[in-house]
Design a protein. Structure first.
Length: 381
């Protein structure tokens, strides 16, 4: 279990509360992306960063689903690594890169190659993370995920040193998310919470964290997507996502994420979209091994029939998840996403190789069973 020591700032209208975090820090490195940097709220934060004559170096080109090469390029282009605070404003892609930069800018830091080879970071520069999607919960996890195109998959660099000093959950920063991104990233958070809740490494703390996040998410995901300017729903989704990240820090994801990594690594499917396609088919396989926990999650759904037996509730939850993905208009098959059916076997090899996550699953799955899951993601002939 990992202790999360970040100081949290949250709420609508809380941007000015960032000022004290910046006090006395002269050299600022801001990471963001081309969509986020244009937002009015981001510009308000940039103005705050520039106050008091601070030097602010901005990198606003972090790509979605970043690879090791993207991070290496950013490090190479940095004119100076003497930084007092690293600020990340963006989705999981930006936040993961900001976390890595907070480590790579620390004096006597290990190189990115060394970190990828499994060496552990020891220090970081002070960091502030501001998520603009409500999904990855990266601001609460010790993970930074990078695509490794040569191996057609993703890897995680994992260390508590990556956890940020400050996190700001500011709902105004998420209102500009297009509906398809709000839906897919929201489903990513749901996967974190459900997978951690049902993982073999779950414990009473992670269960508590996961159930609180699930309570918030199941009550807010529909309204947050349909009413982007509903700041209360957007803040609740930010919290659900944060709890999902904290659940990862205390436990770990499994089947959905293991099967999703090759889809992101090889076909560049957006992380939340790949997870959304996999959610119900994977949870159908997990269900017999987690009937009671599925039933507890069912009980959190507003309006759910709580008089059902646990077995009935567990089946009803799987059906609810499939229906949720459908009503959020997320894709439900891989063929339309450019994945050929002939790759099912190699995708299954790659998924089974994500042992770090597969080991957390409450059931062991064979190569045939993983192939079976991928098969259901293609239209029936
Ligand atoms: N560190 C972790 O624990 C962890 C957990 C899960 C996923 N991840 C990683 O996070 C990445 C995915 O992050 P993500 O799902 O948040 O998406 P993302 O950061 O890749 O962003 C997706 C797209 O949405 C846009 N966007 C984001 N916020 C927006 C806003 N408010 N308004 C308008 N556009 C906006 C971005 O510009 C981008 O084009 C993947 O690389 C994944 O592997 C990390
Ligand atoms: Fe995820």
């Amino acid at each position: 279990m990992i202790t999360i020591n970040s100081t949290l700032i949250s709420g609508a209208g809380a941007i000015p509360a960032l000022a004290p975090v910046l006090a006395g820090r002269q050299r600022v490195l801001l990471l963001s992306d081309a969509n986020i940097i244009k937002l009015e709220e981001t510009q308000q934060i940039v103005a705050l960063l520039r106050n008091e004559g601070r030097d602010v170096y901005i990198i606003d080109s972090v790509p979605a689903e970043p690879s090791q090469h993207d991070v290496a390029n950013i490090v190479r282009e940095l004119p100076d690594r003497t930084i007092d605070i690293v600020v990340g404003i963006g989705g999981g892609s930006v936040l993961d890169v900001a976390k890595l930069l907070s480590v790579l800018c620390a004096p006597e830091s290990k190189s990115l190659e060394a970190l990828l080879a499994g060496e552990k970071p020891t220090h970081r520069v002070t960091s502030l993370l501001i998520p603009t999607t409500a999904g990855t919960g990266s601001e609460a996890t010790p993970n930074a995920i990078l695509a490794i195109p040569e191996q057609s998959t993703k890897v995680g660099i994992i260390s508590p040193v990556l956890l940020p000093d400050y996190v700001a959950l500011l709902p105004e920063l998420t209102t500009s998310m297009p509906a398809h991104i709000a839906s897919s990233t929201g489903i990513d958070a749901l996967c974190h919470l459900l997978e951690c809740y049902t993982s073999t490494v779950a414990n009473p703390v992670s269960d508590n964290v996961a159930l609180t996040g699930l309570y918030k998410l199941l009550r807010n995901i529909d309204v947050a997507v349909s009413e982007p300017h509903n700041l209360n729903a957007r803040l609740e989704m930010l919290w659900a996502s944060y709890y999902g990240g904290a659940a990862i820090a205390h436990a770990g994801t499994h089947l959905v994420h293991a099967l999703s990594y090759p889809l992101g690594g090889k076909y560049h499917l957006p992380h939340g979209v790949a997870n959304a396609i996999l959610l119900a088919p994977c949870m159908k396989v997990v269900r017999p091994h987690a009937v009671e926990k599925f039933a507890r999650v069912w009980d959190l759904i507003p309006g759910a029939d709580t008089a059902l037996s646990d077995d009935e509730k567990s089946h009803a939850l799987v059906a609810y998840l499939a229906d949720l993905v459908k009503r959020l208009n997320l894709p439900d098959n891989l063929e339309t996403m450019g994945v050929p059916r002939s790759d099912i076997s190699s995708l299954s090899d790659a998924a089974l190789n994500v042992k770090r996550l597969m080991n957390n699953a409450p059931c062991t799955v064979s190569h045939d069973e993983v192939q079976g899951i991928y098969h259901t993601l293609f239209p029936k002939n």
